[in-house]
Design a binder for this molecule. Structure first.
Ligand code: HEC
Ligand code: HEC
Length: 315
């Protein structure tokens, strides 16, 4: 709503403009006494090419009058004439609210039936999985890839390696509230204890953690064997004594087949010296509870195809 002053100002402008248009039409269209006859002008070229001075045709002028009548009718029906609301009662806010209510109802009808259902149950429901897949494509694929297989720094969601846990409730919590993995930079600390080589030795030990027989590897890999003591000092607090990680902290299992960041010694050195800070954004606000549930169920189903089938079987 405008103040009364502005409202009056707008009303005055509208009246002046419409009045001005009417006057201009009338004034230019009328013939004044003493005007030369239309056919009768002084401008003649090439002997017989004569310029006439005819008024605009009547039907053309009347079109202008019709637009003016339309404008007045419009201002009477819709808001626009200062603070006068128009007799139709239409407002842009009202139209928006009605549209939103309509869409909310549609969403409610589509998603409401799945509210609060356990993830394995949703995973066994083809319609729910169709919705989950499309939510994933729209919301998650940009980071995790359209096939959910991730990329460096973005976890693969189809394997069974979980930094934050692969239980249905854990995945749901990851989606709703997000996760932040904090691997602190430890390069300076390691250099302080054992010099630059300590970083390479620790990295070598991290790589050795994945071998079939770690004892055997340490007997033959001198670097890795040296790295163990640094690991035991600095890393076990989060990654555990056998390097199997800690899901409460999002500290990865370093013995797992897949890793979040590349496996090269360079990349591991970089992780150790500079640290890492992967951020999975929270989706509670964006998607709401039920759609988060649907997409979490879809993610869970990717690594539990049998689980999804099992729950469809009659008990
Ligand atoms: C305070 C807890 C903490 C400590 C101490 C810690 N880490 Fe980490 N580490 C993490 C977390 C959390 C991540 C995951 C980072 C992310 O999500 O971006 C991680 C990630 C890593 C990765 C990458 C794993 C992957 O899947 O790509 C490596 C390698 C690693 N840490 C090695 C080490 C080593 C070696 C040490 C000791 C020198 C160490 N960390 C000490 C918490 C820790
Ligand atoms: C802006 C990028 C981004 C978007 C969008 C995103 N994620 Fe993530 N997500 C990440 C990153 C980065 C991590 C790893 C966090 C860390 O370092 O531990 C992650 C981790 C996860 C994890 C944990 C994996 C594990 O090993 O425990 C799950 C589950 C997950 N995302 C699912 C989703 C789903 C479902 C969506 C869509 C609703 C989504 N993400 C959208 C970036 C994203």
């Amino acid at each position: 709503m405008m103040t009364t002053g502005w409202s009056l100002y707008v009303i005055a402008l509208v009246v002046l403009n419409i009045g001005g248009c009417v006057w201009l039409l009338w004034w230019t269209a009328r013939r004044r006494p003493g005007d030369p006859k239309p056919e009768d002008t002084s401008h003649t070229w090439d002997g017989d090419l004569t310029e006439y001075n005819k008024p605009l045709p009547k039907w053309w002028i009347n079109l202008f009058y019709i637009t003016i009548v339309f404008a007045i009718g419009y201002l009477a029906w819709y808001p626009g004439f200062g603070n006068f609301a128009g007799s139709s009662g239409w407002t842009s806010a009202g139209e928006h609210d009605a549209e939103k209510a309509r869409r909310d109802k549609q969403l409610e009808a589509t998603f409401g039936q799945f509210a609060g259902q356990p993830l394995p149950q949703l995973a066994a429901n083809p319609q729910a999985m169709e919705l989950g897949r499309s939510i994933f494509a729209n919301t998650c694929a940009a980071c995790h890839g359209s096939s959910a297989q991730g990329a460096a720094g973005y976890p693969n969601l189809t394997d069974n390696t979980w930094n934050w846990g692969g239980q249905p409730e854990q995945i749901l919590q990851t989606v709703l509230d997000g996760r932040q993995g904090v691997m602190p930079p430890l390069g300076t600390v390691l250099e302080g204890i054992g010099g630059d080589v300590a970083i390479s030795q620790t990295a070598a030990y991290v790589r050795a953690l994945r071998s079939e027989d770690i004892e055997q590897t340490l007997r033959t890999d001198y670097m890795a064997a040296q790295g163990k003591k640094f690991f035991d000092n600095l890393c076990v607090a989060c990654h555990g004594p056998d390097g199997k990680g800690n899901q409460a902290l999002g500290a990865p299992d370093l013995t797992a087949a897949n890793s979040l960041y590349p496996r090269s010694l360079d990349s591991i050195r970089k992780t150790i010296t500079e640290g890492r800070h992967g951020i999975m954004p929270a989706h509670r606000e964006l998607l709401g509870e039920t759609r988060s549930r649907l997409v979490a169920a879809y993610v869970w189903s990717l690594s539990h195809p049998q689980g999804a089938q099992a729950s469809t079987q009659p008990q």
